[in-house]
Ligand binder design. Structure first.
Ligand SMILES: [Zn+2]
Length: 406
């Protein structure tokens, strides 16, 4: 059919199915009448499309429910997404760990595996091994290819999401690789690739703290400092695929070299790895006696969990972490002033510490005065479940945005 002069009937149908799915996702279970009112489409059109989607097993009727506000005896049928219609695979490849999770459409995990990221392997060998792990998980859980929507895989660093190509990874691989083509061939399923922070930000809308808000600034504090902007439920990529690079704001022109190539980025002072490195440089029996004892005198035993747990008792650690929390508050507030998001969602164990969160907040409020404490939410996605990002991107692309037409 010719689409040159506008949308054809099939396009309109697909986009209406997409609208129905997103409405049920947001407000469901919901009646056909309420869907038609929310979408401003006729009840007849909604009935036709939802019946078709029920036949295809994408939607289910939840029985009849009485509504207290309407006439006694009047009942209405609610419909919902059939959350067990298909499964999705999410993979998060990070510097230390790679996690794989298989979830239903509602994000309920049915299988899970977390392995060390083997950085000594060439990209192809790494992906071949990963595909083997995925096949094994599917086999063990008796999940066949027809039951899958696809696979969403996320990486640290820059990703060309349109072409499924992972660019030169920060500290993982030294050349770019077409991950989508490679894995689609290996596994014979649809694959979508994106940056881990952007994918996790989308997962906050589906499974996390966003509470129905579609315009968010998401900050992930971990090995590095990542951020993502979500506008109207979609990632804002920017003109150079480089939006929301808060971690790479230069805050000290004479500072340490950053993995991005610049000097003195926020990440070199306030990320988990930079805090660990800075403490390692100060580590001695005199300056950090408690930490020294705790780590048996070996600086290699220092990790972020240890320094966070000793922060209250070791003055030097307290000083350094306080400075880092304040710096995060200051620079994140500058970004917030600029883009004015509905919610700011913070992800990472540093923000779960009340003392440092309050220091962050104090600094944040000095600048972002329009954003009250209620604007800031702590992520509900466990730091070990970063595969949720992969689940969110694959369901968005091949289920929700497709109107369920897999
Ligand atoms: Zn940088």
């Amino acid at each position: 059919m010719n689409t040159e002069y506008g949308s054809n009937i099939e396009d309109i149908k697909a986009s209406n199915r997409e609208l129905i799915l997103s409405t049920i996702k947001k407000h469901g279970p919901i009646s056909r009448k309420d869907i038609s009112e929310k979408l401003n489409l006729t009840k007849a059109a909604i009935t036709k499309l939802t019946n078709e989607m029920i036949e295809q097993n994408i939607l289910v009727e939840k029985g009849q429910f009485c509504e207290p506000e309407i006439r006694a005896g009047r009942k209405k049928v609610l419909i919902d997404i059939n959350w067990n219609y298909k499964y999705a695979i999410g993979v998060s490849v990070e510097y230390d760990y790679t996690s794989v999770g298989v979830c239903n459409i509602n994000g309920e995990t049915v299988a899970l595996k977390r392995v060390l990221t083997d950085r000594s392997l060439f990209p192809e060998a790494f992906l071949t091994k990963l595909a083997g792990e995925i096949r094994e998980i599917l086999w063990t859980n008796s999940i066949s290819r027809d039951e899958l929507v696809g696979l969403g895989i996320t990486f640290i660093g820059a990703v060309d999401h349109k072409n499924g190509v992972v660019k030169k990874e920060f500290g993982l691989w030294d050349r770019e690789i077409d991950v989508r083509t490679f894995l689609e061939k290996e596994l014979q399923i649809k694959v979508v690739v994106n940056n881990n922070v952007r994918a996790l930000a989308l997962a906050e809308i589906d499974y996390g703290s966003a509470n129905g808000n579609q315009n968010i600034l998401f900050i992930r504090h971990g090995f590095g400092i990542g951020a993502a902007m979500i506008l109207n439920g979609n990632v804002y990529y920017g003109a150079h695929n480089a939006s929301a690079e808060i971690g790479h704001f230069v805050v000290d022109y004479n500072g340490a070299k950053c993995r991005c190539g610049k000097k003195g980025c926020l990440e070199t002072l306030s990320s988990q790895s930079s805090m660990v490195n800075r403490i390692r440089d100060l580590f001695s029996q005199d300056k950090t006696p408690i930490l020294y004892r705790e780590c048996n005198g070996d600086r290699n035993n220092i990790n972020f969990d240890i320094i966070l747990s000793l922060a209250e008792s070791e003055p030097l650690i307290l000083e350094l972490l306080t400075e880092s929390a304040a710096m995060l508050g200051k620079y994140i507030s500058l970004a917030v002033q600029m883009i004015d998001p509905e919610k700011i969602i913070l992800h990472g164990v540093f923000f779960n510490n009340t003392n440092f969160y309050n220091i962050f907040l104090e600094e944040f409020k000095k600048n972002a005065d329009k954003h009250s404490e209620e604007s800031i939410l702590i992520s509900k996605i466990n730091t070990k479940k970063s595969y949720f990002g992969g689940i969110a991107i694959v369901l968005k692309k091949f289920f929700y945005d497709n109107g369920g037409l897999i």
